[in-house]
Design a protein around this ligand. Structure first.
Ligand SMILES: C[S@@+](CC[C@H](N)C(=O)[O-])C[C@H]1O[C@@H](n2cnc3c(N)ncnc32)[C@H](O)[C@@H]1O
Length: 285
């Protein structure tokens, strides 16, 4: 991946960014992951009768540690134009730069596939706004649907979400207002629609649309399952999904939800491939 500049709009509040923080995180997570959380995850897979052993789950700490990118941005003019516009509004990007660019890359290579785009778990909405800016830059008339509670993450499931807390991504009416202001100031009203509420409440409102790209980044079991089940149906052929958490060490609830939704729909998780660090992608046949 070639990188031009590190933009000040990145916030490092949500991930370990320094080498020391990373080392501490791997030390903290490694033993707990292998001796507690992975066995529990594998047990839950058996309970849900998910077939085949998930050998790849054993490599998750390496994804977290190595932080590799499996994509190459051959052109950056559109990305630099997006950064320039994001810098004019009061929004921060909570994803690390490489993972943010991986989402945009995957959307960019899907841009000629007809269908709308959606982000399930948009938090402050910056990635969704960037997706809308991408479409406007290329003059592609499609909507981006941005879904989140805008009231903080829902309660994690005690059974499935071992490491998640509600406080990690807190948000409020103010978060929503800031996003709406940014959309107005960038004149993006025709390109993006925001759906506040739980996915289980808002998904019926975007029923009967065809998606060609989705970013699923809910961290938690329930929301990830709802979003994945919905997307597997709504996605058109050659459309793709980016799962931000699939190979994450602290996100086995999301991994379980994705695998269960794939099993229910008859698609194979073997076709989900690493994209960047802990994120993965899948293209519908
Ligand atoms: C990791 S953050 C998303 C970050 C965002 N994608 C970005 O690029 O900045 C996860 C978000 O998922 C949302 N979320 C989780 N489960 C949800 C559900 N069932 N319904 C609606 N939002 C949910 C949380 O409120 C939280 O804001």
């Amino acid at each position: 991946m070639s990188s031009s500049k590190v933009s000040p709009i990145f916030s490092t509040a949500h991930f370990a960014s320094s080498p020391l923080q990373m080392a501490r995180r791997v030390f903290e997570l490694g033993p707990t992951y292998y001796f507690l959380e992975l066995p529990r995850f594998l047990r839950q897979r058996r309970q849900k009768q998910i077939d085949k052993i998930d050998f790849r789950a054993f490599t998750n700490p390496f994804h977290e540690l190595l932080r590799r990118s499996y994509f190459e941005l051959t052109e950056r003019h559109w990305l630099d134009a997006i950064y320039a516009q994001l810098e004019t509004v009061d929004l921060k990007i909570s994803l690390p730069q490489s993972r943010f660019e991986a989402v945009l890359y995957q959307a960019w290579i899907s841009k000629d596939v007809a269908g709308d785009w959606a982000e399930f778990g948009c938090y402050q909405g910056t990635t969704s706004v960037a997706l809308a800016l991408l479409n406007r830059y290329f003059g592609i008339p499609r909507k981006v649907y941005a879904l989140d509670t805008f009231a903080g993450a829902p309660k994690p499931s005690l059974a499935h979400d071992f490491r998640q807390t509600r406080n990690a991504f807190s948000s409020s009416n103010e978060t929503l207002a800031r996003l709406e202001n940014a959309i107005a100031s960038l004149q993006l009203e025709d390109w993006i629609t925001v759906y506040p509420g739980l996915f289980s409440e808002t998904l019926p409102k975007i029923n009967e649309i065809s998606l060609s790209f989705a970013h699923i980044d809910a961290n938690l079991y329930a929301g990830t399952f709802d979003a994945t089940e919905y997307c597997l149906d709504a996605l058109v052929s050659r459309g793709s999904i980016v799962f931000d958490d699939y190979n994450g060490v602290g996100d086995l609830g999301a991994r379980l939800a994705i695998q269960y939704a794939y099993q229910q729909s008859g698609y194979s998780v073997e076709d989900i491939v690493p994209l960047c660090w802990c994120s993965s992608t899948w293209q519908k046949p």
